[in-house]
Design a protein around this ligand. Structure first.
Ligand SMILES: [Ca+2]
Ligand SMILES: [Ca+2]
Length: 287
């Protein structure tokens, strides 16, 4: 005589979700096994960023099945809805007499994204060949700069480092950006990413921020929290232009980058890039 149970699903926590069981009666003979299929549905608009959902699948015995002992199976899922923004450059037509292009445009879309996303534009400066010299999670693919005004006389410069792989937490690696702000070919500052705990108390806490070393003075000043989502491949390193001596009269800087992974392996990114601080920034939201 088969042991028969009635299956039910009960959500117990996390974001709103539904569970569909493809059968609600489960019967097993001796030495038998079976499979109960379920569909867990978490609407993309519900979780937004990373959130979890959990519950219990209960098997209530019918009659004396399984000696009257009920079974409970927990389920747990961590969801992460994301956008999938794409961008394509459309080169403009050439000017008269074969001169430089009149204008170009960028077409952005988010056709396959589950939630809204943003395209954030930077001035591309450095491209780094993939050599495996350090872990892919920390090996830069490209480095670029964005600028936008935060005060009437000051801009926020954001140096973006895009990597070949994804890290769990960027605080385990290091990026050193050498900056020449007066055009003499000699670096004046090093903007670097540091673990806030390690820099302030000597004990790492996994939170990252930017710090600025004045090479001539040998001083280090804290800048701002760095933006680097977990399991991401981007690190955004902010610094105030006034702290670099960048002004409307002195808007140019050049930079080079060194990167290190969580084992201490590192490399110098190929080349030196230049940037002219011309706000405002450009940002396009797509959904
Ligand atoms: Ca490389
Ligand atoms: Ca210099």
């Amino acid at each position: 005589m088969p042991a028969t149970s009635t299956a039910t699903a009960t959500s117990s926590g996390g974001v709103a979700h539904t569970v569909k069981l493809f059968s609600w009666i489960v019967s097993l003979d001796g030495h038998d096994s079976t499979e109960l299929r379920m569909m867990l549905n978490v609407p993309a608009a519900t979780p937004g960023a990373t959130h979890d959902a959990s519950g219990i699948i209960s098997f209530a015995p019918q009659g004396i099945a399984n000696n009257g002992v009920a079974l409970n199976l927990p389920y747990y899922v961590v969801t992460r809805a994301r956008s999938k923004a794409d961008a394509r450059l459309r080169q403009g037509e050439s000017g008269d007499e074969g001169g430089p292009a009149k204008q170009s445009s960028v077409r952005v879309d988010n056709r396959t994204g589950a939630i809204s996303g943003s395209d954030d534009f930077y001035v591309w400066g450095l491209k780094n060949p993939k050599t495996g010299t350090l872990s892919a999670a920390y090996e830069p693919r490209a480095v670029s700069v964005q600028s936008f005004p935060v005060f009437a006389t000051d801009n926020l410069l954001v140096l973006a480092v895009n990597k070949y792989g994804r890290f769990s937490n960027p605080a385990a690696g290091e990026y050193h950006i050498y900056l020449d702000v007066n055009g003499d070919g000699i670096y004046d500052f090093v903007l670097f990413l540091g673990d806030v705990g390690s820099m302030t108390t000597g004990v790492g806490n996994g939170q990252i921020a930017t710090f600025l070393l004045n090479i001539a003075k040998g001083t280090v000043t804290a800048q701002l929290p760095a933006d680097a989502p977990t399991d991401g491949s981007m690190v955004l390193m902010p610094v105030l232009s006034s702290h670099l001596g960048i002004t409307a009269q002195n808007p140019r800087l050049s930079y080079a980058v060194q990167a290190f992974d969580d084992t201490g392996a590192g490399e110098a990114v190929t080349g030196v890039a230049s940037f002219k601080d011309l706000p405002p920034r450009s940002r396009i939201r797509c959904s």
